[in-house]
Design a protein around this ligand. Structure first.
Ligand SMILES: [Fe+2]
Length: 167
């Protein structure tokens, strides 16, 4: 009919990649939780990057920068994976927070407390990703499984580096 009704809102795509629709839908939900959590963590890491004070300022300022830059790219890859398996990616901060296992930072706390919280958050991410890998492997979505497996190591390493800085 009229060209004014052209549908440009992202909706579900038909995908024939060997993983059934119901399974892809579950994986998309799981990826949305991982993307939302990563997004909240990204914002939290930047908050630390900006507000860190004390003798470890320089190393923590640099380390958090490396962490949020890496996370930025990973968020993009994982959100695009949701599209590739047929579903729509989260949009807007409210949806990110709603789907996050990471608690948003709403007030400024001492540097050491911020770092301790980041360590816990990275470990929370590693656990969430481990569940994600298991879910992907269950339905033989090896690509999603690979992507998330890689992320586990990244968060474990970030937790170690941050912990080492304050111990
Ligand atoms: Fe900066």
């Amino acid at each position: 009919m009229a060209h004014s009704s052209m549908q440009t809102v992202a909706k579900e795509f038909p995908v024939e990649n060997g993983v059934g629709r119901k399974d892809r839908r579950e994986l998309a939900k799981m990826l949305t939780q991982i993307v939302g959590s990563s997004h909240v963590l990204y914002a939290k890491i930047r908050g630390v990057h900006w507000n860190v004070v004390g003798p470890t300022f320089y190393s923590l300022h640099k380390l958090t920068e490396a962490h949020y830059e890496e996370l930025n790219e990973a968020i993009d890859d994982m959100a695009e994976r949701i599209r590739a398996i047929g579903f729509s990616a989260p949009t807007g901060l409210a949806e990110m927070i709603e789907n996050s296992v990471i608690t948003d930072q709403t007030k400024l706390i001492a540097t050491e407390e911020m770092i301790k919280e980041l360590v816990e958050d990275h470990e929370k991410m590693a656990r969430l990703l481990r569940d994600g890998v298991a879910a992907a492997e269950d339905v033989e979505d090896v690509k999603t499984g690979d992507m998330l497996t890689e992320r586990i190591g990244v968060h474990e390493e970030a937790a170690w580096m941050l912990r080492a800085t304050i111990s």
